[in-house]
Design a protein around this ligand. Sequence first.
Ligand code: GDG
Length: 489
Amino acid sequence: MNRLIVVSNRLPFALDSTGEDLWTVTPATGGLVSAVEPVLRERGGVWIGWPGVAGKIPNKPLTEATRNAGYEVVPVSLSEAERDEFYYGYSNEVIWPLFHDLQSFCNFDPTYWETYKAVNERYADAIAQHGQRNDFIWVHDYHLMYVAQALRERSVDRKLSALTFFLHIPFPPYDIFAKLPQQQRLLRALLQFDLLGFQTRRDVRNFLQCVRRVMSEAKVLSRRELDVVRFEDRKIRLGHFPIGIDFHSFENAARSATVTQRALQLRVTFPGCQLILGSDRLDYSKGIPERLRAFRTALERHPELRGRVMLIQVVVPSRVEIPRYHEFKQRIDRLVGDINGRFSTSTWLPVQYHFRCLERDDLLAHYRACDIAFVTPLKDGMNLVAKEYCACRIEQDGVLILSQFAGAAEQLKPDALLVNPYDVEQLADTLLRAFQMRPAERRARMKRMRRVVRDESVFWWVDSFLKAGAKLAAHSERVARTRRFRFAR
Ligand code: GDG
């Protein structure tokens, strides 16, 4: 099997300075890390990425902390200006909002693109330096869409077996993508990969629609398994590979004594209440204010819910350096204050709000203790929280309310209660429906969702992606051998 090199903006370890020459290394959180880290730990390889601190990176703390990771860790350094323009700028003020259909949130500052390209070239240099013949390169996510082009410009692609990419966030429809000033350059860059993976069929469809409209010299050929785009004498394969979770690790951890104890503690702290859980990174795409407004509407419209439900909302701090995120947090704080101010009694607080990252066991205890998961992103590549909730429902009960715009809806739609997160009244009524749902129906739905989450796990995801890539790798090795043979003759 070819050696795997995973390349992502962030490493699965975050480096932080706690004083002159004092450093801490902590495991990073987030969807991508939760999904990919167990895989690399199991099969070994190399992970190239940024450890999250701007400026010069000391080698020692990272090397020591990752000695037993099971794979090699290669840090890429970014200056403060690069972090601001590449990470906060192009990645998170242009691509992130645009790809989540929120074009009015974009800041199309022209300088961002140049820095984005330069930083992508830095990642390509790291691949060139650490890559060996026949390595399988797997680049992740929207920060690094230019890496394949940079590798081809350096002719490094020739020694690699496959150059593949997976987009964790949605790909927008043409009418939205067309707002991007670099639309053509970005599509050209993406078409330098050999295999492009997306979360859902919707994303593949959107991407192909953009290729057809923007790249007149590209030809789209539909195939039974993977779609193909013919571009610059190359064939690029495309497919949807819905990301999963390590189901058994969640299920087993949810059964552990610590989690069981903590879940029980949560239950007895709020007697007579059905617990509703919202847990997200601080991000405007996650629909947190809409969810809070829906909860408020539910309490207004359905007085029978008062004193009988409690919303536990966990918000994990994220990108707080971007002003929009800071303002967004203040909006959430105000809404929580308003709901609690209006409805709380001496014995009941409607919203329990945590603005911090919970320990993993604590998060799992929340999954186990809460009767309803309220997952309402405005748009989401997949949403792993929805799947983790199902995996932790070891009693096979619980209701999942899920946004129709989350990638997970494509897999879980018959059994999750699908909602339009912009429709606050529908959300409120769905909360009532979940609250009233009979145990037998809850169990039947949850059983089926757990089966999907178990069968289409993160290992299934990696397997299907790598298998699709391996076919290309075998093909490119055959071509290279033929070329060498012809040349020798
Ligand atoms: C991107 C895409 C796609 C949450 N709260 C806590 C905590 N979490 C962990 C969850 C989960 C992860 O963070 C969040 O994953 P999501 O998938 O929901 O969202 P993004 O971070 O936006 O991920 C997304 C994903 O990539 C994978 O492709 O699904 O669409 O946007 O794993 O467990 N972890 C801890 N404490 C918390 O309080 N420890």
